[in-house]
Design a binder for this molecule. Structure first.
Ligand code: MN
Length: 146
């Protein structure tokens, strides 16, 4: 899902969120944002190809190996979103507060449409993770046993 969806869903005169822009930094960063929207969830984002590939994880990215969590892929976000924290106003898409729960860098080992395999080096999340594409926009994320 491209940045076009990101743009369509938002009113940039009303939301403090970054404007859509593809930006190739050459970095491989990740962020997890705790999002107190109508339904609390955690947004997991990987910097790839000039955007942030994004998933909403209702129960959060697991810190313990073999705990499987649903991750729903959502629209790509601009790279600037990696440092976004704040309040999305009421009435706007994703209304509620956003705070950074963890951030760091990652190393990609395998990246295919069905499975991605990477290592996270954050403050809280450290280690090898697998994401498996199950159907439509749904993925499963889990931490691999060492
Ligand atoms: Mn969200």
């Amino acid at each position: 899902m491209t940045l076009e969806y990101y743009k369509k869903k938002r009113e940039f005169k009303k939301t403090p969120e970054p404007k859509p822009k593809v930006e190739k930094t050459g970095l491989a960063r990740f962020v997890v944002q705790e999002h107190h929207a109508s339904q609390l969830h955690w947004d997991f984002r990987l910097e790839m190809d000039g955007v942030l590939k994004s998933w909403a994880v209702p129960k959060g990215v697991p810190e313990i190996p073999n705990v499987k969590r649903l991750a729903v892929q959502v629209e790509d976000h601009p790279v600037d979103y990696i440092s976004f924290q704040g309040k999305i106003p009421e009435g706007e898409y994703g209304a509620g507060t956003v705070k950074i729960w963890d951030k760091g860098i990652y190393k990609m080992f395998h990246d295919t449409p069905k499975i991605i395999d990477f290592e996270l080096s954050g403050k809280r999340l450290k280690g090898n993770y697998i994401m498996v594409h199950t159907r439509a926009n749904q993925w499963i994320i889990f931490k691999k046993n060492k």
